[in-house]
Design a protein around this ligand. Structure first.
Ligand SMILES: [Zn+2]
Length: 438
């Protein structure tokens, strides 16, 4: 290792450390050829991603599926000959899974509806029916307008979402020119005054709490929002996650395919109140509040104390099967270490694979790994700061370096979906960029 520059930076959201490698490395072309040969002629990558997505399915953090996926990946890595294959657990919150969903428009005519519940929201407690009404609840002052009028109603809380025709292919491949643009480092211009993100966060949380209370007091039957995506694709919308014990969401909250949601709004525009029937059954798994990170290693030889890491996040949202985000990344990382083991490669440094849990809830698994093994900032003392999600905390104070800190070389993260790797984001880390330019 010639360059000694050490930096903390963020790769696609994951905090890692880089101890920059030598810029002028001898590349073993013979080995590269063998690696390509194994990858191209004996690939297991589709089998791996297929099992993760088709057999195990969605891998929501804390859910039984997430635990299955961690255990299955651990076993796979072990069966390929990696050592110390383990699942490192960390405290998360409530597990949650969907057991049954059905929804129908029953008036003015009968049609099946495509809906899926927001994670960590309750079911309907049997078959229920209610009129759908459009409401706008954007501040506490809006509550009075609706008080006493919403009992047993299904609330449509968003506007109609306009859909565009698909004139181009949905997949997006960057042109060479766009890739060149990404390489440029643009000096940030004098932007707006320092953000008041924390204030905004607390304001939002206060309103969300009041809103939950309002839904409960008014005995609202359910809330429906349009999903992201079109053509019947029901993608998730980000929002508050109610996975902490003692912090439940009071009523069913569903995403509906946008085309059908828009139809309900159009009916209301005609002064026709649609009637909808719902049966949503979910389960909370409060007996085990943990999630985990799958880890395994190919031990190094003379530099085995030094560690090179690669990985991706194993958790996904529950509406799909988590193929592009980030089953593909997990399968690629697993395939890379499988190839090395299949060829009997003996690396000088230890290679460690990590398949993180809890990425979608705020990089929880990778942050836990970093603070447990590499380095951590002191916990905030200010009680207000403690309530903030990690991404808004002002991490400060002396960095507590753990034993692995000085032995850590680099971490490669895959979270860009499938497709050919056409570049590596350096995340403003100049020494790392210099290595990849060579
Ligand atoms: Zn992702």
């Amino acid at each position: 290792m010639r360059s000694q520059t050490k930096k903390i930076f963020v790769v696609l959201g994951i905090v890692v450390l880089v101890n920059a490698l030598s810029a002028a490395e001898n590349v073993d072309l013979n080995m590269m050829m063998k690696i390509r040969e194994e990858g191209f002629t004996n690939s297991k990558v589709m089998d791996t991603v297929g099992y993760l997505c088709d057999v195990i399915g969605p891998r929501l953090t804390g859910s039984p599926n997430s635990k299955k996926a961690h255990e299955w990946t651990r076993q796979q890595l072990e069966s390929w000959g990696l050592l110390n294959a383990r699942v490192e657990s960390w405290a998360f919150g409530r597990g949650w899974s969907v057991e049954h969903v059905s929804a129908h428009l029953i008036d003015p005519e009968h049609s099946p509806l495509l809906v899926w519940p927001r994670a960590w929201t309750p079911g309907t407690n049997g078959l229920v029916k209610g009129k759908a009404v459009a409401v706008k609840l954007s501040s506490e002052s809006d509550f009075e307008k609706y008080r006493g009028k919403l009992a047993g109603m299904i609330l449509l809380t968003e506007d109609k979402r306009e859909l565009k025709p698909h004139e181009q292919a949905d997949s997006n491949r960057l042109t060479s020119q766009q890739l060149e643009e990404i390489k440029k480092y643009n000096v940030p211009s004098a932007g707006p005054p320092p953000s008041n993100a924390k204030e905004e966060y607390f304001k939002r949380m206060k309103f969300q709490k009041a809103l939950r209370q309002f839904y409960q007091d008014e005995k609202v039957l359910a809330i429906i929002e349009p999903a992201l995506g079109d053509g019947g694709i029901v993608r998730n919308l980000r929002g508050p996650d109610y996975y902490k014990p003692g912090d439940p969401f009071p009523i069913p909250n569903l995403f509906m395919s946008t085309e059908q949601y828009n139809r309900l709004i159009r009916l209301l525009d005609r002064k026709i109140e649609p009637e909808v029937e719902l049966d949503v059954q979910v389960r909370f798994h409060d007996g085990d509040l943990l999630d985990g990170n799958t880890l395994a290693e190919i031990p190094g030889s003379d530099k085995k104390e030094e560690v090179v890491m690669l990985g991706a996040h194993l958790d996904s949202w529950h509406l799909g099967t988590g193929a592009t985000d980030d089953g593909a990344g997990c399968a690629v990382a697993m395939e890379a270490v499988r190839i090395l083991k299949a060829l009997g490669v003996q690396p000088r440094r230890t290679i460690r694979i990590a398949l993180w849990g809890g990425e979608e809830q705020g990089l929880l698994g990778s942050k836990e790994y970093v603070s447990r093994h590499l380095a951590s900032f002191p916990e905030p003392v200010n009680p207000e700061e403690k309530q903030l999600p990690p991404y808004l905390r002002q991490e400060d104070g002396p960095l507590d370096m753990k034993p692995d800190y000085s032995r850590f070389s680099v971490y490669f993260n895959f979270d860009d979906g499938g497709g050919k790797i056409r570049g590596v984001y350096a995340q403003d880390n100049l020494p790392a960029a210099a290595i990849f330019e060579n």
